[in-house]
Write a protein that binds this ligand. Structure first.
Ligand code: 5GP
Length: 117
C-alpha cells in the first residue's frame, strides 16, 4: 500500500522534504509545525492520505483511534500534561484548512484563548 497523497504532508511521510519528526508508528506520523502558533505545536497525521475528518468513514475507525491516542502520548512526551493543551483539526474553508491531508494540531505551552479567531 502506498502511503501519503499528493500534499506536502505526503512528501514528509515519504521523506522527500525534511521535517522534525517527534513520533512515528506504522499508521501515524507527528512532526513540529513549520510555523508554530504556540511554544509546542505538533502536527499529527495518519500515514493514510485521508483528506479531512469530513472525509473519514467507518473503515478509518482504527487509524482515527491511533491518531487520538498518539496525540495524548506525544503530549506526555512533550511534558504538556500538567499545563494542559489543545487539539484542533481544521476542515475545509470555514475551518481554515490549508493542507488537504487530515491532521490534528497539538498546541501547548501557553494559555490559549477561547473561542478561537
Ligand atoms: P491547516 O491550516 O491545514 O490546519 O494546517 C496546516 C499546517 O501545516 C499549518 O499549521 C502549517 O504551518 C503546517 N505546514 C505547512 N507546510 C508545512 C511543512 O512543509 N512542514 C511543516 N513541518 N509544517 C507545515
Amino acid at each position: 500500500m502506498s502511503h501519503g497523497g499528493d500534499t506536502i504532508f505526503g512528501k514528509i511521510i515519504r521523506r522527500e522534504i525534511p521535517a522534525t519528526i517527534v513520533y512515528e508508528t506504522e499508521s501515524v506520523l507527528a512532526f513540529r509545525d513549520i510555523a508554530p502558533q504556540a511554544p509546542t505545536h505538533i502536527v499529527v497525521i495518519p500515514k493514510e492520505p485521508i483528506v479531512s475528518l469530513a472525509h473519514s468513514t467507518p473503515e478509518h475507525r482504527g487509524v482515527l483511534g491511533d491518531l487520538m491516542l498518539a496525540v495524548a502520548e506525544i503530549a506526555r512526551q512533550e511534558g504538556l500534561e500538567d499545563g494542559g493543551y489543545r487539539v484542533v483539526t481544521n476542515i475545509g474553508r470555514h475551518g481554515g484548512q490549508t493542507v488537504f491531508h487530515l491532521h490534528l494540531h497539538l498546541l501547548g505551552g501557553r494559555d490559549l484563548s477561547w473561542p478561537p479567531g
